[in-house]
Design a protein around this ligand. Structure first.
Ligand code: SF4
Length: 689
């Protein structure tokens, strides 16, 4: 809206820093961001924001923005026109496709891009480049949670809304730290604690901020959550406190599931997890006493070799106790990037079209062939983890990557960076000249969220519109415009003039979003999928049945996969995660002067006991070494971690401090999500202080 003072504008946007999906007005004058103003009608946050949402935007005017296309010649990059950059992309990719086939090229979309851009990216890969080698960076975080929800309940989304988390009598948080990674959601939980006496259980290897607020804090060993979750489930059944009516009428597989729990006694769980039996009984009692239980989880669960199975154990516990499909209950994987949900919803995955419709299903494929007027590839493609392996094996020759600093945020970063050196051709589309961009042949300047329109889908399946706050800087373009330019170079004749046209096409093809329109999303309005043709949305899933043919959920027996073992010399358990002030590796937030000044570099948290043992003090400089690499960081001594457990935030502004130089290529067996949270390292003291 144009205000009295002609040059001051306020424009609604949706935050790009986490899956809570806060929306607010941004006040601008020219390119200056004057303030961020949350509004009561904002569905996920009302008048709340966190430090990133409130103050984290000045990076859009950073002098380090890429503002024109760049092409590598030798070891240097040169500015070129868009046409010249597209010429290079067309010539090089067509040559590789002609020689090695369409599957020799990989396409990686971004869960920071809009739904419309993600829809176009998978359409580009499938209908123009004839490959299902399409994925997105939610592979790194949330695919196991989506897999678990699909296994047990049918749909890959949170079962209720953030509002349901407030209504719960008991919230259990496993392997997540919303106080730093999803701050506004944690504020809403705190309000429920204070106003309604909501109970909170936190299970985490680290005593995080949420643990301080918990009624019960459980500190299981790294990678053992499945065991205690299953033992608690078994104990509840043994007590006869499972929801027998719910199980009879709405769930399949109870008898077989009960048999699968035989090994999960309290004694066994206590031994494996390193927690007392009394604590597990207390958890079970709290669940049995609560009318409404919700469970949140995040990467502390998913980023393990058994990430999908542990996520499934959470869903099983909720089903056994009838804590699904009622207000205040449900399963809530907390999505990390702002559009993790949307990138998957829009089909940026090697095995799914939009709406999670399988590419292997002939009828579905025909539907898309008719809509896109072209034959489509049949074989499922590679996920981004497999793409890195395929580059090393010489099978994948070219990669087109949107909006992710994969050389820093993918696990086993040395292995990933080596892969990039083997690529014949590499296109990076991004806002900044990231570590990954250093390996590229062509770099295309993209727009951050404030410079584009579209929709994002937050952790509660809520689709919201963002409006253009600022014009694109220099020659930067929104991702959807770039993807269209590339598609048309390869013979497509796309004529999209706005994100709205793309959105309408995507929603028209998929039952999940059938009735979603820009009109129904105007301003602060929002819709939670599934959206029926008449525009009715679904804040709470499964009220009328689960998303299987017989409308019944499925208990899904799971077994425990012990954590990865490494040589004894690696004597410290490494954990990692986000900081309140920074988004992920910090490519955006480190370019906000106020935030950078507050937290300029990463550090490693070590326990007072470890500090005493190694005779080092706060601020000591240490080298951490794993079988895969080494980092150099300063020490913070804190009782947030205990014993030989250490914690390294994801922030990495210098080459030698990225935590993923230490992590391995091990991954969740079902989804290939890297086991970021399973690594042991050793520590050398460089400077004791
Ligand atoms: Fe942005 Fe998440 Fe903070 Fe909300 S809680 S302002 S979405 S970073």
């Amino acid at each position: 809206a144009e205000l009295r003072e002609a040059r001051i504008r306020k424009t609604k946007t949706v935050c790009t820093y986490c899956g809570v999906g806060c929306s607010f007005d941004v006040w601008t004058k020219g390119r200056d961001i004057l303030k961020v103003e949350p509004r009561m009608e904002a569905p996920a946050n009302q008048i709340s924001t966190c430090v990133k949402g409130k103050f984290g935007w000045d990076f859009v005017n950073s002098e380090e923005r890429i503002v024109e296309p760049l092409v590598r010649r030798g070891d240097a990059f040169y500015s070129v026109t868009w046409d010249e950059a597209l010429d290079v992309i067309e010539t090089r990719i067509k040559a590789i496709q002609a020689r090695d086939g369409y599957d020799a090229v990989g396409w990686i979309a971004s869960s920071k891009s809009t739904n419309e851009e993600n829809y176009l990216m998978q359409k580009l890969a499938r209908s123009v480049m004839f490959t299902n080698n399409i994925d997105n960076c939610s592979r790194y975080c949330q695919s196991p949670a989506t897999e678990a929800l699909r296994r047990t309940m049918g749909l890959g989304g949170d079962t209720g809304s953030i509002r349901d988390l407030e209504l719960a009598d008991l919230v259990i948080i496993v392997g997540a730290n919303p106080a730093e990674a999803h701050p506004v959601l944690s504020t809403r939980l705190r309000r429920a604690q204070k106003k309604r006496g909501q109970k909170l259980i936190v299970a985490d290897v680290r005593r995080n901020i949420m643990a301080e607020r918990a009624d019960l804090f459980l500190q299981p060993r790294q990678g053992t959550d499945l065991v205690w979750l299953s033992a608690v489930t078994k104990y509840i059944i043994d007590c006869g406190k499972h929801d027998q009516l719910f199980l009879r009428d709405r769930v399949n597989g109870f008898a077989e599931f009960v048999r699968s729990l035989d090994a999960f006694t309290l004694a066994h769980a206590s031994e494996v997890c390193g927690v007392r039996e009394a604590e597990l009984i207390r958890i079970a009692e709290m669940i049995m006493a609560a009318e409404r239980v919700s469970i949140c989880w995040a990467m502390g669960v998913t980023q393990h070799v058994g990430g999908s199975d542990t996520s499934t154990a959470i869903c099983n516990l909720l089903l056994v106790t009838g804590n699904v499909a009622r207000p205040g209950t449900g399963a809530y994987p907390l999505r990390g990037h702002n559009n993790v949900q949307g990138a998957g919803d829009m089909g940026c995955a090697p095995t799914f079209f939009p709406g999670y419709e399988p590419v292997a299903n002939e009828a579905i494929r025909r539907k898309y062939e008719q809509a896109w007027k072209t034959p489509l590839p049949i074989t499922p493609g590679l996920n981004n983890h497999q793409m890195v392996d395929a580059i090393h094996e010489g099978k994948l020759k070219a990669l087109y990557l949107v909006g992710e600093d994969m050389a820093v945020v993918d696990s086993n970063a040395n292995y990933v960076q080596q892969a990039f050196t083997k690529l014949e051709f590499f296109v990076v589309q991004d806002v900044f000249f990231s570590k990954t961009a250093q390996f590229a042949d062509v770099i295309l300047p993209a727009c951050p969220s404030l410079e584009k329109e579209g929709t994002f889908t937050n952790t509660e399946r809520r689709i919201q519109r963002l409006y253009r706050v600022l014009e694109p800087l220099g020659q930067a373009k929104p991702d959807w415009e770039i993807i269209q330019l590339v598609a048309n170079r390869f013979g497509a004749n796309w004529q999209y003039t706005s994100p709205q046209e793309i959105f309408e096409e995507a929603c028209g093809l998929t039952e999940l979003f059938k009735g979603a329109t820009y009109g129904r999303l105007e301003g602060y309005r929002s819709l939670q999928w599934p959206v029926a043709a008449d525009g009715t949305d679904t804040p709470l899933l499964y009220v009328d049945g689960f998303a299987f043919a017989d409308k019944k959920a499925r208990l899904y027996p799971v077994a425990w996969t012990p954590p990865i073992t490494v040589a004894d010399e690696y004597d410290l358990e490494l954990n990692n995660g986000r900081l309140l002030e920074h988004f992920h590796e910090g490519n955006m937030t480190s370019r906000v002067p106020g935030i950078h000044a507050k937290v300029p570099e990463t550090y490693v948290e070590i326990s007072p006991a470890l500090a005493a043992d190694r005779k080092i003090a706060n601020g000591a400089l240490v080298r951490l070494i794993s079988p895969h690499g080494r980092v150099k960081v300063r020490v913070v001594v804190t009782d947030r971690v205990s014993g030989n457990k250490i914690y390294l935030p994801l922030l990495s502004r210098r080459d030698e401090e990225a935590v993923n130089l230490l992590t391995s290529s091990d991954h969740d067996t079902a989804t290939f999500t890297p086991a970021y949270k399973e690594m042991r390292v050793r520590m050398e003291v460089i400077e004791a202080k």
